[in-house]
Design a protein. Structure first.
Length: 221
């Protein structure tokens, strides 16, 4: 059975921290900014807006160390499941709900994410919506961008310019100064079916509010 003793909990926490430490270390000599991008999260004010106005209650790509919502998918279900993870996003098949996605900045992962979301939207008539944040890798074009640009489910889009918006670093549990200015542009997409548009209507004003929530020009206290 599950060991619920203090020693058992401490062991799981240790395994969790070492797993993500190894993931960061595997970046090797790559730029520190890429390390942040691998495990970065949106600012709190952006999550608050997504919950209040977009109906979001679930993160498609998070971890026990950076999740905002209690429900999320993550990379390591074997250990993350003890801390609320629902498993891999690619095994997750919701029929209804509003979801936020800030995937690892990997071309393969982002394309697979877009394919999976479009397939899920094709398969349900219940309200289903995804608000997606990916880097503006357009030269050369990362494969996820044309998939999202050309999707019939796209109802919202903004481009956040580099140095004009912020993320929370992947090391947020280890350092006090957790926000950093993004060195890349970020594309924000909303994909939703017709019933989701009725439940969570998205317009220009709402996307502008999301831009402000991601902005560098605000206090994080």
């Amino acid at each position: 059975g599950l060991d619920t003793s203090g020693a058992g909990r401490n062991c799981r926490v240790w395994c969790l921290l070492k797993r993500y430490e190894m993931l960061r270390s595997s970046m090797g000599s790559k730029l520190q900014q890429e390390n942040f991008g691998l495990h970065a999260a949106l600012p709190r004010k952006a999550f608050e807006l997504l919950h209040r106005k977009f109906g979001v209650t679930f993160e498609c790509f998070a971890s026990p160390l950076n999740c905002y919502f209690a429900q999320y998918c993550s990379a390591f279900p074997d250990i993350d499941c003890y801390f609320g993870s629902r498993g891999s996003f690619f095994d997750f098949k919701p029929k209804v709900g509003s979801f936020q996605a800030n995937p690892p900045f990997s071309e393969e992962v982002m394309k697979a994410m877009a394919d999976h979301m479009i397939s899920l939207l094709d398969e349900t008539q219940e309200p289903l919506m995804f608000t997606i944040f990916i880097p503006n890798w357009s030269n050369p074009m990362t494969p996820a961008i044309p998939l999202l640009d050309n999707s019939c489910y796209r109802t919202g889009y903004i481009l956040l310019e580099s140095r004009e918006h912020q993320y929370i670093t992947g090391n947020q549990h280890m350092q006090s100064l957790s926000h950093y200015n993004a060195v890349h542009g970020t594309r924000v997409y909303v994909l939703q079916n017709d019933t989701a548009q009725d439940r969570w209507p998205v317009d220009r004003d709402l996307m502008t509010a999301l831009r402000r929530a991601m902005s560098c020009n605000q206090s994080w206290n």
